[in-house]
Design a binder for this molecule. Structure first.
Ligand code: VGL
Ligand code: ZN
Length: 234
């Protein structure tokens, strides 16, 4: 009986040991992946209210395939999810007389007024990549008073649980991609590099709201020390 328990324990802990070492890491550096805001409302595929150019089914399928491949190689996969209450301050409809994409000042901050999108509990707020791939899905933009492009913190400075979840999992390097290049991908990647992570953004797995702001966003990320690669080196 004792032997059987020992064998079971050895198999169990041995398996855990192998699984741990199967995680891609160089000199103890664990790499995580943040899949940013892959939600129906940002895609043309799902007729989203804030559909970003080029976010058709083929693009979403490419992101899904890349995420699956990274997951199967043992990378730790995380996601962000834009998750707004209906009375969110970023919706133009909550500002009488304002139009979609108008820019206003709120407490000294520049705010783009968006069409209502990613309203909590709605079909198009769902993350389009299979949920069982993720170690954690970090919701953001829940406070009606603040927008939150970054997966790490909102515009009022309130932190999400992203940094502590990554730290708890030993993550030091991050691969970041998703929607939108010029807003949530940019803000998440920049906050990640500022929090001390080594960050790589995969360009072909991102789509932007507008070409000019997307070009600027890529340059800004590069200037902040983020590595840009066209495609996954897989
Ligand atoms: C985003 C605009 C408003 C994004 C979120 O995911 O980039 N953009 N909310
Ligand atoms: Zn939003």
């Amino acid at each position: 009986m004792k032997h059987i328990i020992l064998i079971i324990a050895a198999v169990f802990f041995g398996g855990g040991f192998l699984a741990f070492h199967a995680t891609p890491s160089v000199a103890g550096e664990t790499t995580g992946v943040i899949v940013v805001d892959m939600q129906g409302d940002f895609t043309t595929w799902k007729n989203g209210s804030l559909a970003v150019n080029g976010s058709d089914k083929a693009f979403v399928d490419k992101v899904k395939a890349a995420t699956r491949a990274l997951s199967e190689k043992g990378y730790l996969i995380f996601a962000t999810q834009d998750w707004h209450p209906a009375d969110h301050m970023s919706f133009f409809s909550n500002h009488p007389g304002k139009k979609p994409f108008e820019v206003i000042q709120v407490d000294g901050r520049t705010q783009v007024l968006w069409p209502p999108h990613c309203v909590q509990g709605t079909e198009n707020a769902r993350v389009l990549v299979d949920n069982n791939r993720f170690m954690a899905v970090v919701k953001k933009g829940k406070d009606p008073k603040y927008d939150s492009y970054s997966g790490f913190q909102d515009d009022g400075g309130a932190k999400t649980e992203m940094d502590s979840i990554l730290k708890r999992n030993g993550v030091q390097k991050l691969i970041v991609y998703g929607i939108a290049t010029d807003y949530c991908v940019k803000a998440t990647a920049i906050d990640a590099v500022q929090a001390g992570y080594d960050v790589t953004v995969i360009e072909e797995l991102c789509k932007g709201v507008a070409p000019d702001t997307s070009v600027k966003a890529l340059q800004e990320m590069k200037d902040k020390g983020i590595t840009l690669v066209k495609a996954l080196p897989l």
